[in-house]
Design a protein around this ligand. Structure first.
Ligand code: CA
Length: 227
């Protein structure tokens, strides 16, 4: 399964070369050229990881990072800092960044950091298959198909789907999902769950606004229905 990354970098040459390098390393890559665009994409699309330059026009990387966390999203953030910006690194961690790489960096090192960060957020691999209506989930191959056609899901969406599937028929609260799928403490980032559920519905449901697979239990949480 290919993880999806958002690269927010204003220097066009670096954005392009790094974007290509990440794609050739097997990632699905989306790009943003300034802070506002980066924030917009990071909070409306489900990425597995965000690579965020600090020095950006319109809204700097630290503000974007703070904004992502304030929006309730737990997407891992890797900061690109300039040499000597020690105070910004410290501030970055306080604002919820997960790691940083200092510019100019070796691409091999950046790739290793990305891999490590994704590994930290990925869960153990499951087993078997699950069929829910026209949707087939292959836990071993971490693949999802709908009506026989491949459906792209991010690694976190896959983990969420697996947890829902393992507990099919049970109503699960947002807090429980957050703790079990993301490893976060109760009460934080509950919007993260809603964003990922909405995205899974877009990909899996025939009518995402009238979901039949992943249903909302008002005032409580979500339930995966198996017919
Ligand atoms: Ca920059």
């Amino acid at each position: 399964m290919n993880e999806s990354l958002l690269l927010v970098e204003d220097e066009e040459a670096l954005r392009m070369t790094l974007g290509d390098r990440l794609r050739s390393a097997g990632y699905v890559v989306d790009l943003a050229a300034d802070g506002e665009q980066g924030f917009e994409k990071a909070t409306t699309l489900p990425f597995d990881l965000v690579i965020l330059d600090i020095m950006l026009p319109r809204s700097n990387g630290l503000d974007v990072c703070r904004g992502i966390r304030s929006a309730g999203l737990a997407t891992p953030v890797l900061l690109l800092t300039a040499r000597g910006q020690t105070s910004e690194k410290v501030l970055g961690f306080k604002l919820g960044a997960d790691d940083y790489v200092t510019k100019p960096f070796d691409t091999t090192e950046l790739l290793a950091r990305i891999e490590a960060l994704l590994r930290r957020t990925a869960s153990h691999s499951g087993k078997g298959f699950l069929r829910i209506g026209s949707v087939l989930v292959d836990f071993r191959g971490t693949k999802v198909t709908r009506d026989g056609l491949p459906v792209y899901v991010t690694s976190r969406e896959f983990q969420l789907l697996r947890y829902l599937a393992e507990n099919a028929g049970k109503t699960l609260s947002r807090d429980l999902l957050l703790r079990e799928v993301w490893g976060y403490e109760i009460g934080t980032f509950t919007r993260t769950v809603d964003v990922h559920i909405a995205s899974l519905r877009q990909k899996l449901e025939e009518a995402p606004r009238k979901p039949k697979l992943i249903v909302t239990v008002p005032g409580f949480g979500y339930r995966l229905e198996i017919s």
